[in-house]
Design a protein around this ligand. Sequence first.
Ligand code: GCB
Length: 596
Amino acid sequence: MLERSDLADNALQCLHDEDYDRPYNLQNLNAETLIFTRGREGRSLDGEWNFCVDLLDTGLRQKWFSMLPEAPEKRIEPWDYDPYEGETVPVPSCWQMLKEKWYFFEGSAWYTKSVSVDELSPGRRRFLRIGAAQYDCKIFINGTFIGNHYGGSTPFCVEVSDTLLPGQNWVMLCVNNTRTLDRVPMRNTDWFNYGGVYREVALYETGSTVIRDVFARLSDNGICVSVVADGPAEDARVRIPELNIDAVVALDGGRGHIAFKASPERWSPDTPKLYDIEVEAGGDRVHDKVGFRTIERRGTELFLNGKPFFLRGISVHEDDETAGKCTSEEDLRRRFADARALGCNFLRLAHYPHHERAAEIADELGFLLWEEVPVYWAIDFANPDTRRDAENQLRELIRRDRNRASVIIWSVGNENPDTDARLEFMRGLVELAREEDPTRLLSAACLVNHAKLKIEDRLASHIDVIGLNEYYGWYEENFDELISIGQNSNPDRPVVISETGADGDHTDLGPKSGLFSIDYQREVYERQIETLRELSYIKGISPWILYDFRVERRQNVFQRGFNRKGLIAADKKTRKPAFDVLRAFYAEMRKKDAAE
Ligand code: GCB
């Protein structure tokens, strides 16, 4: 269809053009087009959207997006897809969780919604924000392509002041979750490849100036705040009422920076104090709740607000038996409640940016966080497109969450091979992260030289905290080697065991002993703790993982499509015996920290 009309250029082009998606891969929606949304009232576009999977990308090849609604009898040619009729799905959601026939679907899917808006008053602007869509999202409004975004776990915005017209509009999203060689992550991961618009979608209205970014942090003598605004406003007003701060900052090219003398109460897990901050520029107003604390490393020690401490952590994926990667407030709060029951003060949000509410809740409840981008295993480190994708995802994550006191570590990679191309790539990410945010620590899950039994990774000297994923008792059999690694390594900076663990099938199908039994999982935890507690440079652990999670590559009779290293089963209720082992260790470490 659309071959006779002038929408698609001609029939042959539709059938034979294998470069059909090039015009839509602009990546023009990126960190620079984000707007600051905290404290804004948006209009939610969540709810039912028309939906259709499109394995062969016929929609792009034939320009389905150009079809406007029409009564069937009035159409002049046959059509293969009707964006305005048929099946609907809820947004946010992951399509795999909606119908069995979509469970392993990997490709493009089309979402269409009718959105009516009023005419904008003169000087007003409108923005569409998508919380996350996995992985590539192309946006069309009323038949016109307006932009695309790469990166499955960060938000993106597009200005729609001139494209959404008064009255009814059609917003169409083409979301593609295909794993490709040039993206981040690449093709092989140990988590499920969900697809869909799985975080919230909303419209925001602003004045002629829009605040794009606010970054508030502690400075030498107090607090400094940077503002980025886009529009005619020449200054911005910054208020932190509880600290009697109320000042005007001049904007130069839309950017302003101001420092105040102040001594705010320090945010910490025990005292998660947050201050309201309000920023106004040209009538546009946003506010946020910000905590102020310091995080540093000196030698192999970590200091929070000047005090040494130990990270009692747990790793967690964004995964749910029924909702997939789609996260609710209830699910997030349960995660923190379970982490608290375990005695944690720290969560590793693996292996990609989690829902932004996670860090907001951590700020409020008093948890420390490690956040990361999916520079995972092998990716195409030598490819400039891959690098552009990784850099943008990192920038978007940092800009989204750098006002969150809970976030103490940005992690730039996980278990990547130590090649020259990787080192160069990672140094770029480290530099970028330090530019975007000089106030936090950088980490990555680094490598061990198994021949020398020693932590050895050229990336280690560029980051602040060496993350170490080790699976003694599971993938590596001999615990004595872990002891040797401990003795042979002499790191000059803190090490955090960013993963360790073992699978345990808690069901009746699980074995009673040996690999995959919950008893063996418990034993691994006992031995790990016994060994690691001897190593003074280990400043924290975040074992793998809080809950069992879904993944395609785990299919033995005990796994059945899940990685079963959770301390709690995928039902998020059933605790395995290893939970109590870790809890006892954390109770002891907590006492130790309190005594120091
Ligand atoms: C790892 C990976 C993690 C996997 C885990 C495992 O080293 O970083 O993504 O899920 O091991 O269970 O094998």
